[in-house]
Design a protein around this ligand. Sequence first.
Ligand code: FMN
Length: 195
Amino acid sequence: MLTPEILDTFRGLLDEARASGDREPTAMNLATVDGTGRVHSRIVLLKAIDELGLRFFTNYESAKAGEIAEHKQVALCFHWKQIREGIQVRFEGRASKVGDAESDAYFASRPRGSQIGAWASKQSQELPDRQTFEERVAHFEKEFAGRDVTRPPHWGGYLVEPDRIEFWYGATFRLHERIVHTDHGTSWTSRLLYP
Ligand SMILES: Cc1cc2nc3c(=O)[nH]c(=O)nc-3n(C[C@H](O)[C@H](O)[C@H](O)COP(=O)(O)O)c2cc1C
């Protein structure tokens, strides 16, 4: 469970990043490890954060989903270049699928084009040519014509429950400040680290 202080700090920084004109303030790097120990990373969007953790949405048959199934430990990293003198926030923790009701609710809030895309995209699988994808989009547009697009069973959210969080504050002459918060099960401790 995240402490109110950590949540407030994160939300305050995210609000600053939004106000700064950052085009993708919720973009975060997600690093995963597969069963052989190979590390993979890519950007996903943060859709919610509360005391339980951070939520993002994706295809449950994607490469990242396979890696999370093999190895639940993940890392998330935000970098907001435009605020203060640059901020980095790192989270480490375990990822698990959110419940169907939560995925349904978020899916229903997405633009229709994104909903169709979730059906049409076999995310991370080899695509023979662009036309094949466009045909799949057209197929699902026809299938859902005149009615709401339901959530595909292969699409949903993950909750990352962090047990280590680091705030890095940029500063002139490289006197950056690093504060790391660690969850010990019943309480969190905070330490400074050399930059
Ligand atoms: C700004 C940005 C936001 C993205 N947001 C998401 C997202 O929220 N969910 C997602 O599945 N992919 C998102 N992607 C695409 C992923 O980076 C990635 O290409 C895709 O999820 C496939 O990753 P995988 O093959 O490792 O599973 C985003 C990419 C960018 C550049």
